[in-house]
Write a new protein. Structure first.
Length: 77
């Protein structure tokens, strides 16, 4: 299961948050963005519940992250 997580980050913390995201095993890609969101993370796990756990237990407790929007990828046959 794959999800794209759009992330809002507090002022001055984007670089440190993205670096921390890149160290997480479940995060395949983490990049800073311009525009409405400050960063994006691509998370891959075995199931949707595991993605929920990563977002709520790891990302939401990370210093600097203020809000997330999780978009689950849908496979097209």
């Amino acid at each position: 299961m794959k999800a794209y997580v759009l992330i809002e980050i507090g002022a001055g913390k984007v670089n440190s948050v993205v670096k921390e995201l890149r160290r997480m095993q479940e995060v395949q890609v983490a990049d800073s963005l311009t525009g409405m969101y400050d960063a994006i993370a691509i998370i891959e796990t075995a199931d949707p519940e595991a993605i929920r756990n990563v977002v709520t237990e790891k990302l939401h407790t990370m210093d600097g992250i203020t809000r997330t929007l999780t978009c689950f990828a849908v496979e097209i046959p």
